[in-house]
Design a protein around this ligand. Structure first.
Ligand code: FES
Ligand code: FES
Length: 150
């Protein structure tokens, strides 16, 4: 059955056939910034915004995302999202970069709802985003920088 997904401000007709949102984004819409890592909701590499809240696209059925606003890393264009991306570069907050799209998606959601988060709020908001390279201190500094707290 065909459904319509609203992704990065555009409407797409897709036939999900029971697939997860991540598969539709990557395979059908060729939005490859959203990564597949664990595939079971444990790492945050596949984070996208669903009506402004971060969700793991590897768990969510594409059908369940119909009727919601989906934003992927490619569509993050707010001033705040740009500030976060610049802060990640300035703080060198990545090594291999594989987790970075998911980290930036989650950080954007955090700063959209809490413009000056505490370190504890950052830890809580980013707890679902794992980084195998261990860039956590730099990621925290980047978020603080983007929030204007450094
Ligand atoms: S790939 Fe979705 S949470 Fe790890
Ligand atoms: S920068 Fe390599 S997994 Fe995070």
């Amino acid at each position: 059955m065909e459904i319509t997904l609203a992704v990065n401000g555009q409407a797409y007709s897709v036939v999900p056939e029971g697939r997860r949102l991540l598969a539709v984004l990557r395979d059908d819409l060729e939005l490859l910034g959203t990564k597949l890592a664990c595939g079971e909701g444990a790492c945050g590499a596949c984070a996208v915004l669903l009506d402004g809240r971060p969700v793991n696209a590897c768990l969510l059925l594409a059908e369940a995302a119909a009727g919601h606003e989906i934003v992927t890393i490619e569509g993050l264009s707010t001033i705040r999202a740009r500030a976060i991306q610049e802060a990640f570069v300035a703080e060198d907050a990545l090594q291999c970069g594989f987790c970075t799209p998911g980290q930036i998606v989650s950080a954007t959601a955090l700063l959209e709802r809490t413009s000056r988060p505490t370190r504890e709020e950052i830890h809580e908001a980013m707890a679902g985003n794992l980084c195998r390279c261990g860039a956590y201190p730099k990621i925290e500094r980047a978020i603080l920088r983007a929030a204007g707290a450094t």
